[in-house]
Design a protein around this ligand. Structure first.
Ligand code: XIL
Length: 299
């Protein structure tokens, strides 16, 4: 195969990218994205601040732009994200307790109703665990509404759209030895044992010198998959774009039958949220980097 999407499809997987609505007018960008990928994650357009800027007033203009572009190019879409401590609109940041809990539920219902039946996956909850050695939850306004907020989010999401796959998504959970990884693993294990609806776990995979790729990532993917969830690499970028690291990550996904696909967090280095790290598969001029060839050959 000669594109990432077609190469991934040979094993029944997808290869996706984050798409920013503001770049859809850039033909160099859309040419590469339209050719190479078969899954799209809106980079910011389906986040809480974008979709419910005022409480109870939903806005799907940016999300629909990205969704429509993807569908017109034959691609599927991962929704991102319904409940998160970050990129909350001001009104939500100032809520707490039962008012915030109800606002979270209303938000999930409002956004999922609009996209019902249209998306392949939803990142229902994003980044709910703490960094460091505790293995526990991140402190946030949502966490302070009660430890059950994550399962309430998942149960609400299942009822809102029973046909979309519901994912938990986080960063720095790739290293099997990390306390954060074990914390998320134990939550998923508990959810599966109690029948809390969860279908998948997304590993953001933002690799850099502070949180490097480790070869036990494959063990992590296998261990989560063994709990009965799909796994995916959801926001991949690698500081410096080491071709070896990109190949290792690709081979780790291919080694796990429940690893359903990989998504890179942007098209060209110049599109990256960490553009200074030149972490992606295409350079700022749209040329394929060695990491691109390395991934394509591994797939
Ligand atoms: C980032 C976007 O790429 C930026 O444009 C935005 O300013 C901040 O968020 N984890 C996530 C993504 O789940 O939503 C984040 O995306 C990167 C880290």
């Amino acid at each position: 195969a000669s594109t990432l999407g077609a190469a991934a499809a040979q094993s029944g997987r997808y290869f996706g990218t984050a798409i920013a609505s503001g770049r859809l007018g850039d033909s160099a960008y859309t040419t590469i994205a339209g050719r190479e990928f078969n899954m799209v994650t809106p980079e910011n357009e389906m986040k809480i601040d974008a979709t419910e800027p005022q409480q109870g007033q939903f806005n799907f203009s940016g999300g629909d732009q990205v969704y429509n572009w993807a569908v017109q190019h034959g691609m599927r879409v991962r929704g991102h994200t319904l409940a998160w401590h970050s990129q909350q609109p001001g009104w939500m940041q100032s809520l707490s307790g039962s008012a915030l809990r109800q606002a979270m539920i209303n938000h999930i219902n409002g956004v999922m109703a609009h996209y019902k039946g249209k998306l392949a996956y939803w990142d229902v909850v994003n980044e709910a665990f703490a960094d460091g050695g505790s293995g526990g939850r991140r402190d946030s306004n949502l966490q302070r509404t009660g430890n059950d907020w994550i399962e309430v989010a998942f149960r609400t999401a299942r009822a809102a759209d029973p046909n979309v796959k519901l994912c938990y998504n986080d960063y720095n959970i790739e290293n099997w030895s990390a306390a954060k990884t074990q914390g998320v693993y134990n939550m998923v294990k508990d959810f599966k044992s109690r029948g809390v609806p969860i279908d998948c776990v997304g590993f953001q995979s933002h690799f850099n010198s502070g949180s490097p790729y480790t070869s036990n990532f494959r063990t992590t993917l296998q261990s989560f998959a063994a709990l009965g969830v799909d796994v995916a690499i959801t926001e991949l970028d690698v500081q410096g774009a080491s071709a070896t690291t990109y190949a290792n990550v690709t081979n780790d996904c291919l080694a796990v039958s429940r690893c359903v696909g990989m998504t890179v967090w942007g098209v060209r280095d110049s599109d990256s949220w960490r553009s200074g790290d030149t972490p992606l598969l295409f350079d700022g001029n749209g040329n394929k980097k060695s990491a691109y060839t390395s991934v394509l050959n591994a797939l």
